[in-house]
Design a protein around this ligand. Structure first.
Ligand SMILES: [Zn+2]
Length: 135
């Protein structure tokens, strides 16, 4: 499936650099004992930056919600219709929900256990996390 290539910016450069190494990282505020996703420059709760760090996580999670996409305005995705988009709740990071693809899972279910894998996007070679079912 052709993936759209994100262009990392200052705020998410570490996230995408880790993805290129096949690793998943999430921001964590030590002052608030709180995980943050999507990436931001400072903790949105305490406005702290010095205690707001990236942490590598294993990335196992459960499907919180999903949708099967049967039509799209994005030409590069049309060849792979229908495809599945999932919202995953990360087991290690309470409160964090990530949105991405779950390729080849026609029978996905809410509550299904998943783990990340990293797909190469064609336009830039940037790797992005997506999900696969745990058997
Ligand atoms: Zn904080």
């Amino acid at each position: 499936m052709p993936r759209q290539s994100p262009v990392p910016e200052t705020v998410d450069r570490e996230f995408f650099a880790a993805a290129n190494r096949g690793r998943l990282v999430v921001q964590y505020c030590g002052r608030c004992d709180r995980w943050q996703y999507p990436p931001t420059t400072r903790c949105p709760v305490c406005d702290g930056a010095e205690s707001f760090l990236w942490r590598e996580v294993e990335g196992r999670g459960t499907v919180y919600s999903f949708a099967v996409v049967h039509d799209t305005q994005i030409a590069s995705l049309r060849a792979d219709l229908p495809y599945t988009v999932v919202v995953v709740s990360l087991d290690e990071c309470p409160g964090v929900l990530m949105l991405s693809h779950l390729p080849g899972a026609a029978d996905v279910a809410i509550g299904q256990a998943v783990r990340p894998r990293f797909a190469v996007t064609e336009a830039t070679g940037q790797r992005v996390p997506e999900w696969e079912p745990l058997s």
